[in-house]
Design a protein around this ligand. Structure first.
Ligand SMILES: [Zn+2]
Length: 92
């Protein structure tokens, strides 16, 4: 499986470490509902099919990426820098 790093280009997935589900949102404040923190820290989806995950290019530039891929076929749909995803989401 090849992943197209925005900085390094197309590289083998062995250069990357998958860091799990990219969909949970960090609670706004440390004082947020403990249930919200529990969900954020411990609960992760592991669906079959199209899914967004954090990957880090540990064997290259070390960038954090959000990779949308199909967990059944391993087809990669999109690769974005995690910081750009966060900026778009937060409107900054
Ligand atoms: Zn890279």
């Amino acid at each position: 499986m090849l992943i197209s790093c925005p900085f390094c280009g197309s590289r083998a997935s062995e250069e990357f470490t998958v860091l799990g589900d990219a969909t949970p949102r960090r609670p706004e404040t440390p004082e947020a509902d403990p249930e919200a923190w529990y969900d954020y820290i411990y609960l992760r989806n592991n669906p079959r099919g199209r899914h967004r995950e954090f990957w880090q290019h540990v064997g290259g530039c070390r960038a954090w990426l959000v990779v949308e891929r199909d967990t059944a076929t391993h087809e990669i749909h999109t690769v974005e820098l995690a910081r750009d995803v966060a900026r778009k989401r937060d409107g900054s």
